[in-house]
Design a protein around this ligand. Structure first.
Ligand SMILES: [Zn+2]
Length: 99
């Protein structure tokens, strides 16, 4: 899967838990590598965990692309709020993305 954030293309890769998904002793749901333009999703995620994690990593990608800096907690809150909004307004979201 390839996604675009601004002008930058990211490859989305599922990854079994290994050192690259361990941060501070905890396994992460995902992570973003700005240098190699790869978003990693933990293959142990449930489908809905993967979707919300992808959105979380996309917000990090937006931070990087547009030069804003949010705390990890702010990214999590915005991603969760946006994900809930999208689930609660599927018709609107469909309208927004259909040309
Ligand atoms: Zn994060």
């Amino acid at each position: 899967l390839e996604i675009k954030i601004g002008w930058k293309k990211y490859t989305v890769v599922e990854l079994d838990i290994d050192d690259s998904l361990i941060v501070g002793g905890d396994a992460c749901y995902g992570k973003i590598d700005y240098v190699s333009s790869i978003i990693y999703l933990n293959s142990a995620n449930t489908p809905s965990q993967s979707k919300s994690t992808l959105l979380h990593e996309v917000i990090h990608g937006v931070e990087d692309m547009y030069g804003v800096e949010l705390s990890e907690e702010q990214v999590t809150t915005v991603a969760n709020g946006l994900y809930a909004f999208m689930l609660d307004n599927k018709d609107l979201v469909r309208d927004l993305i259909c040309e």
